[in-house]
Design a protein around this ligand. Structure first.
Ligand code: 1PR
Length: 585
């Protein structure tokens, strides 16, 4: 088990920005053209041959996000990890993995200030085994537009730019997409036509200058580079450590290049971004003090018996593992009493994440209680610290509920982005693809569209008194308090404040098994440019096809039907395939 806080060898981010005229690798490479015997100013040299164990992999972790998942995946594959602490560790590596996380500019700052960038360039020049992941691919390019332009390592020609949302696509690109694999990809040999998991807003596009590097492309509004390979140098835009068995096969092929590829690539029919099916675990401590998965009816999680106990549907880690095996595309944990209990005092939840991430290799989201907090001893914790602890413990995304409602109200009132809300701070440091806003709205019927100062829609099913219209009032504290803001207004505001995705619940539908509130899902998914997860009310596989056919939801989430084993995840997916809705199988 790792220490609570993952050691971050290069955690001291510096603020100086790279001069665009010089990048570590381009300097080395241009000098090399003149003098082939060139040695870098520090006389860096790489070890010629392997002298360490075949089961050691060196990891370049600069402490900016969740690298627990890649650590867990490597251990799962039987490897031990050596952390890079000095540039020499890079030069001496037998195989190096660079799981870039966070934003481009701070990552480059760390590489430049620590001398790691230069060591990395020397290592790459010598064609040593390398695997860059996500930002670890992007940093190899000349520059990035992310908060830039910012100079990159300059190994591969091209600029990393943002996906163009005006082309009608949702940004970030989140989810399981298909690869068009070229020749000689080697580490992708076992992927076949299966989906792999992406989560990013920036991408590099193919050009004449970089075409020799490209080993696969992916289509999302346009064709972008999903992996590169030259000799022993590989990098992928997707996350193998989050791509289930397919992703593990990519890591395995990198780590054991001599192992023969599988006779037959894994079966699958991936052609585009798949709709996601997400299993959600509402977690809280019951009256006996045990952390349990519970499930409410319209958010009431207590049994309707004399004892009035918290409904107990199982153990969080066991259920999460089961859902991973069953084919869930993502797993969400919501700490539903986080609004009143301080989450960092709630160590069982942190433990749940740690244990789950040991052998669940799909994305994990955690929410509940993400806000600034002062504990009983007067110690102040920023929401950023709370989120950091969740990321270190294995979360890929964090989800903010109540605190995002307050931030949106403030923003709408003042029209000013203070940059101080938990939402703004966390998305600035970890990227907006790592921040989900969970909305808990309740339907409020009205007779006329101008009865309230919020977005009102005509509803499919009229209200109890024949009302034809409704607005969706946001709540905080697990539905206990209604706020003066509608789901539409909130969704627009949090998108501006930096949310990367919306988890759209509906208190009226929660636990009812009568289907998603498609009026609400349509309203919100048509109003924002970020992915929307439809949640609350799933009772049958048909409810999933209905929400995907009638709205622009990118994913659908369910809890009760999976916990009570009424509908297996695979049945949902098979039904969606029958309806020609692409899913990951
Ligand atoms: O406000 O930042 O502390 O976050 C609290 C989080 O906990 C929010 O994401 C909020 O949605 C969640 N939460 C709080 N109270 C409850 C409750 O149920 N009493 N759960 C709760 C929300 C709703 C869904 C549920 C779907 C699908 N749960 O996540 O899983 O409705 O259920 P179904 O398929 O059975 O219909 P903060």
């Amino acid at each position: 088990m790792e220490a609570t806080t993952t050691a971050a060898p290069f955690s001291s981010f510096v603020t100086s920005r790279q001069n665009l005229s010089s990048s570590p690798c381009s300097l080395l490479l241009s000098r090399k053209k003149v003098n082939l015997k060139f040695k870098s100013p520090r006389s860096l040299s790489v070890r010629a041959s392997s002298s360490t164990s075949d089961s050691v992999v060196t990891l370049l972790d600069y402490g900016a996000g969740n690298v627990r998942s890649i650590r867990n995946a490597l251990r799962h594959l039987g490897f031990t990890i050596k952390d890079v602490k000095t540039p020499g560790d890079i030069l001496n590596a037998d195989r190096l993995i660079f799981p870039g996380v966070g934003a481009f500019a701070p990552a480059m700052d760390v590489l430049n200030e620590t001398g790691m960038g230069e060591a990395l360039c020397t290592y790459l020049e010598n064609d040593r085994p390398f695997l860059g992941i996500c930002l670890g691919l992007q940093l190899l390019f000349d520059s990035s537009e992310e908060n830039g332009p910012v100079k990159g390592l300059g190994v591969i020609p091209g600029t990393v730019g943002r996906f163009d949302s005006s082309a009608g696509i949702r940004v970030p690109h989140i989810g399981w997409n298909a690869l068009q694999v070229g020749k000689d990809s080697e580490i992708l040999d076992d992927v076949g036509s299966r989906h792999v998991y992406f989560v990013h807003s920036y991408r590099a596009i193919p050009s004449n200058e970089n075409k020799d590097w490209i080993s696969s492309t992916c289509h999302y509004g346009e064709s972008f580079i999903s992996s590169i390979r030259r000799g022993n140098v590989h990098a992928v835009q997707f996350h193998p450590e989050k791509s289930g068995e397919v992703g593990l096969s990519v890591l395995r092929r990198f780590l054991n290049p001599k192992s023969p590829p599988k006779q037959k690539p894994m079966e699958g029919k991936a052609s585009k971004l798949a709709k996601r099916v997400i299993a959600c675990l509402d977690v809280r401590t019951n009256d006996k003090g045990d952390l349990v998965v519970t499930k409410g009816d319209q958010y009431d999680v207590r049994e309707q018996s004399n004892e009035n106990e918290v409904r107990n549907l199982g153990k969080p880690v066991d259920l999460a593992r089961q859902y991973y095996k069953d084919g869930a595309d993502e797993i969400s944990f919501l700490n539903i009493t986080g609004f009143r209990d301080f989450p960092l005092g709630d160590l069982p939840m942190i433990q749940v994440l740690r244990y789950t991430s040991e052998n669940v290799f799909v994305p994990l989201t955690v929410g509940g209680g993400i806000r600034d907090f002062t504990d009983a001893t007067g110690r102040y914790y920023s929401s950023l610290e709370v989120a950091a602890e969740y990321f270190r413990s294995g979360a890929d995304k964090i989800s903010i509920g109540s605190d995002a409602v307050y931030a949106a109200e403030e923003f709408i009132k003042s029209g000013v982005k203070t940059g101080k809300s938990s939402l703004e701070q966390i998305s600035r440091v970890y990227g907006n693809q790592a921040v989900v806003v969970s909305i808990d709205p309740r339907r409020v019927y009205v007779n006329h569209p101008d009865d309230v100062p919020y977005k009102v829609i005509k509803v499919t099913n009229p209200g109890p008194n024949g009302e034809e219209y409704a607005w969706y009032q946001c709540t905080v504290s697990g539905g206990r308090e209604g706020r003066p803001i509608g789901a539409y207004e909130l969704a627009k505001a949090v998108e501006e404040l930096g949310a990367g995705e919306i988890l759209l619940n509906c208190i009226d539908c929660d636990g009812q098994g009568k289907g998603f509130d498609t009026d609400l899902v349509k309203l919100i998914s048509d109003s924002v440019g970020i992915p929307v997860i439809a949640s609350s009310g799933a009772g049958t596989p048909e409810h999933f096809s209905e929400v995907f056919e009638t709205t622009n939801a990118s994913a659908a989430l369910a809890a009760g039907i999976f916990h009570r084993k009424e509908v297996p995840i695979q049945s949902v997916k098979e039904h969606l395939l029958e309806k020609s809705i692409e899913v990951r199988m």
